[in-house]
Design a protein around this ligand. Sequence first.
Ligand SMILES: [Zn+2]
Length: 290
Amino acid sequence: MVKEAEVPSTAQTTLHPLPRPASQPENLALKCPKCKEMLLGRDWEKNLKVCSRCSYHFKLSAYERIEFLVDPASFVEMDRDIISVDPLKFVSRSQAYATKLDEERESASLNEAVVSGHATIEDLPLALAIMDFRFIGGSMGSVVGEKITRAIELGIEKHVPVLISSASGGARMQEGLYSLMQMAKTSAALAKLGEARLPFFSLLTDPTTGGVTASFAMLGDVILAEPGALICFAGPRVIEGAMHVKLPDGAVTSEFVLQHGMIDAVVHRRELRQTLAKLLRLYAGADRSK
Ligand SMILES: [Zn+2]
């Protein structure tokens, strides 16, 4: 006997509006994890959270990235209140998934691992979805997939390009098949964007892995990456464990995948906004559908 699905995989909430993460109290100093240089908090913030000595790019929250990338006050957020309904009622050895979601919402001040909406860069409009690694490692569950798909559909509806910035440990295993389905769903939405002859710019940040790499992140008309980002399907430790080989240093970084033709450019954070503006202008000029 067939039973109809009782619960949709996502639901709207009526949570109170989430506060934007308040700008953190200025760290007086912090250590670069790569070169161990001590960095002054103020200078580090001014340098877009990039190490002034070795150019190590620290992770950004979704809102910080939006602030760095788009025109001031141009971002309009959408679908902020969609949350997962935990369709599998998943419980791991240590914790129920529902409890984990509550805790993550609280600690990251986010409802999910992606923030989406529309904005302008140098007055050129675009739809965008920006992932946030702080929320369960930026994993793609049903809500992340849904919000990304809606951002792509917004691009089609408004006839504007789409930008997705990835930062993800891959699919969210607590949602099983619901999570894996998002790979197909986002890819299908991008195919429709392509049919509408609208460009998709994919920005890969540290780390972009697993089901995200295996779906929308690698489908960009132009794929950009920040320097030194981990970009792979399986991480180096998994590959080494499974294949019993030692990978060369830097084998799964932006620079390596650029050399091997998987992406189009590695762009320093301070040049990202101009690069995207240039691409938006270029593709607007090439728009033949009008
Ligand atoms: Zn450094």
